[in-house]
Ligand binder design. Structure first.
Ligand code: ADP
Length: 784
């Protein structure tokens, strides 16, 4: 009970209560006086006036320090009256008595006590108010968000506590070299910082006090200006950061000369410290937000999708999912959302398929748990996005920063390379097969020819077989060479105005055996008189390939239709069949090199898969295009060639290329040089059968010796021979007078345009590719 009362009745609360009104203060003095008088009279029978003032001294002290100097005076006066009344009632002055001296001394002591008590009372009151001001400042600063307002409040409090009218708070910007005014009290807007004390404090980094600007030498140069501003005294305190860096200056200005009190120095230090703390904090925040902005703008401007994930953990701290913390514009674009739509959401909620890819989830978890960077290549888990990404996941303060670099193009390239490689292997296998195919009938036919029992008819049949198969092989090889020429850009067109009918005629002639063999019905819908400006042989090659394909990829008894029409300067020729057709996904591939549709291979003994690539190359060399169309597998196909047609409509048809037998000179003396003895002997037999005289040689030197010995009209020279090449032999022959008019014919496996040029330079008249067409050679020899 007592303790409760004592708790509630606190002296600290009583003193301010007393202080509040004059009545209470004087009432308090009266109470103290009454108590002192009562106590005095209580002990009077014992002391007999010896200690007249004993209770009034402490009462005066209490009254002065708590209620003020006048209540103190009241208590002292009551004490004096009490003492005087005790000595001689009604008479204050007792002449020349010891009591009189004691009374005067008591009055003087009371006065002293009142003066001292009042002084300390005023000091403690000011301290209290200072404390209150500073506390108020701290509380208000915490609720102000912006630095300029904070600095202004600090300055205003600082100026008020000094009882001054002007103040200036200047700061030294982080980037810049002059002080700027951050806050001012009672200065105009054009106030310039840095003059006089503030400048000195800034430069010297110490407090500068100028008690009188009129006498101080440091302000000599600024005196006029200070006078104009009515300033007589300045106090500047530097604002120093925790690292010792100078941040600015806090100054207060007085109109009269003034020395600084210890209290003012303390207040200046407290306010300067506060200002420095707030400036530092603002700069740090600025730096962080600047870094944040930079980081953000780098990430935003990057085209690489970037996401920050925060792990989502269960009660056992296991990671069960990830939450989007940040995603840049590129990532938002990939996911087709606005970046703020996903932030804060769990991956599983927005991309339900995401963690089907367990390996990716485990990789993210591992990167976080082990605090290591992890990378992997994965396909997108976002719907409608099939791109491939190189994913780099790196731990970031407990979160996970993940980059997604798009590697789709590389993946496609890799796949294409694998596909090209597969096609090449397939091509080589097919090529081997295609080359071996004709060899079997050739070998058998040769055996039959060798057989003595074979009749004439059988021998004729055998030689027909050999001729046909050799023809087949050389077409194959020609195609291969043509493809190589097209890819190297060396295929030359011999363009001329030709009649489409005759080109088509040649093409049909080539494809006819296969069409007939498979009993197809061929319908031609080609108007007469259509002209084309192009290489007739090459165009016939394109059309025959289209016809042969139609025949190959259509079941027996199918129908093939060829149409041609002209429209807007374009001549179009289409070959349509009702065969196996082409699946839509295969259509774009059929013009690729070595492209063969797998299902088609099963239907027909396919070729090398270069026919259409070659056709496309030739058509494009003519400035045209070729396209394939099919309603799908089993629904037939249509291949159409479109050629820009600038041929005059009525130009007479050029004769289709054909070898016509001439009636020239029939008997020639021929030197035939070839290191392949079989090839040489068989050709020699063939030529002798035609009535020519043939001499054989098997290397370059022998050829030259034979030529010197006999007078030959013609020299048939293989190019690749031991001892001296065909070129060398030709040059030597041409160098002799008797060799000037000899007909020189090169026979070679090298039939590229460059080889032909070289043979011409060596002096050859003609260049025949192996295996040579006997008819072509015979025709050459018959020329005059
Ligand atoms: P190939 O030597 O295999 O015939 P091509 O380049 O001429 O080579 O043809 C490429 C592929 O295009 C063929 O393997 C076949 O799958 C397909 N193709 C070409 N023409 C037709 C067609 N008329 N009908 C169906 N498929 C065809």
């Amino acid at each position: 009970m007592i303790s409760r009362i004592s708790k509630e009745f606190r002296l600290a609360r009583l003193w301010p209560w007393i202080e509040r009104t004059a009545i209470r203060r004087f009432g308090f003095a009266a109470t103290l006086s009454a108590m002192a008088v009562a106590l005095h009279w209580l002990i009077y029978p014992i002391t007999q006036s010896r200690v007249t003032f004993i209770f009034f001294i402490p009462a005066t002290v209490l009254a002065t320090t708590i209620a003020g100097r006048w209540p103190g005076v009241v208590v002292a006066v009551v004490g004096l009256i009490n003492s005087a009344a005790m000595k001689a009632p009604g008479m204050l002055m007792v002449p020349n008595s010891a009591e009189q001296v004691a009374l005067i001394s008591s009055a003087l002591v009371s006065l002293l006590v009142i003066l001292v008590g009042d002084y300390y009372r005023s000091i403690s009151r000011r301290e209290l108010s200072d404390l209150h001001d500073l506390h108020e400042l701290s509380a208000t600063l915490a609720s102000i968000p912006k630095l300029p307002d904070q600095l202004h409040l600090i300055l205003a409090t600082f100026v008020r506590m000094h009882g001054a009218s002007r103040g200036l708070l200047c700061t030294y910007p982080a980037r810049g070299d002059v002080l700027v005014v951050a806050a001012s009290v009672d200065f105009g807007p054009d106030v310039k910082p840095g003059a006089s004390a503030a400048g000195l404090a800034f430069v010297d980094r110490t407090r500068v006090v100028i008690p009188d600007t009129e006498t101080d030498t440091r302000t000599a140069t600024h005196r006029e200006r200070l006078r104009a501003l009515d300033i007589r005294s300045v106090h500047s305190t530097p604002l120093i950061s925790r690292d010792g860096e100078i941040l600015g200056v806090l100054s207060v200005y007085f109109e009269a000369p003034r020395r600084l009190s210890e209290r003012e120095v303390r207040i200046a230090d407290i306010c300067a410290r506060k200002a420095a703390v707030f400036i530092e904090r603002a700069r740090a925040e600025d730096l962080v937000s600047q870094r944040d902005r930079r980081f953000q703008s780098v990430l935003e401007s990057s085209g690489v999708p970037f996401v920050v994930f925060a792990p989502v953990r269960d009660a056992t701290a296991q990671i069960t999912d990830f939450r989007f913390v940040f995603l840049n514009t590129a990532a938002a674009e990939v996911m087709r959302v606005r970046s703020d739509e996903y932030v804060g959401r769990k991956v599983r909620d927005v991309l339900p398929r995401a963690w089907d890819d367990r390996a990716r989830f485990d990789m993210y978890v591992e990167a976080i748990e082990r605090n290591e960077v992890r990378q992997v290549e994965r396909q997108s888990v976002v719907d409608a996005n099939t791109n491939w990404y190189h994913i780099v996941a790196s731990p970031l303060d407990g979160d996970l920063a993940v980059w997604f670099a798009d590697v789709t193009a590389r993946k496609i390239q890799e796949r294409e390379l694998v596909e090209a490689d597969r096609r090449k292997d397939e091509f080589l296998a097919t090529l081997a097969h295609e080359l071996r195919n004709p060899l079997a009938p050739i070998r058998q036919a040769a055996t039959i020819l060798r057989n003595e029992n074979a009749g004439d008819a059988q021998k004729r049949w055998s030689s027909n077989v050999i001729e046909r198969q050799v023809q087949h092989m050389s077409v194959l090889l020609d195609d291969l060479l043509d493809v190589s020429r097209i890819t190297h850009g060396t295929l030359q067109l011999r363009k001329q105005h030709s009649d489409l009918q005759s080109i088509l005629g040649a093409a049909v002639e080539t494809a006819r055996p296969l069409i007939d063999e498979r009993h197809h019905h061929l319908a031609l819908d080609v108007p007469d008189g259509l002209q084309v400006n192009g290489d007739p042989l090459r165009l016939a090659q394109v059309l025959s390939n289209m016809l042969t394909n139609a025949a190959k990829y259509t079941a027996p008894n199918g129908s093939i239709r060829v149409k041609a029409w002209q429209h807007d300067g374009t001549l179009s020729i289409s070959v349509e069949d009702n065969g196996i057709g082409i699946a839509p996904e295969e259509l774009p591939k059929v013009f690729g090199m070595f492209a063969q549709v797998r299902s088609a291979q099963e239907h027909a003994a396919g070729g090398l898969g270069i026919g259409l690539a070659l056709a496309k190359g030739i058509v494009e060399l003519h400035g045209g295009r070729i396209e394939a169309a099919s309603a799908g597998a089993g629904k037939g196909s249509r291949f159409t060639v479109h050629l820009p047609n600038n041929a005059p409509g009525t130009t007479a048809a050029a004769a289709p290329a054909a070898i016509r037998a001439g009636n020239g000179q029939s008997h020639r003396r021929i030197l035939l040089a070839d290191d392949n003895r079989d090839a040489a002997e068989t050709l020699a037999i063939l030529l002798r059968l035609e009535g020519h005289e043939v001499e054989l040689a098997h290397d370059g030197k022998e050829a030259l010796r034979s030529f010197e010995a006999g007078r030959h009209d013609v020299a048939l020279l293989d190019i690749g021979m031991p001892n001296a090449s065909g070129y060398e032999v030709a040059r030597q022959i041409r160098a002799r007078p008797e060799g000037k008019h000899v007909l020189l014919i090169a026979i070679t496996g090298w039939a590229q345009d460059g080889d032909k040029l070289e043979s011409r330079e060596a002096g050859f008249d003609h260049h025949l590719a192996k295996p040579i067409e006997p008819d072509a050679l015979i025709h050459l020899l018959e020329r005059p």
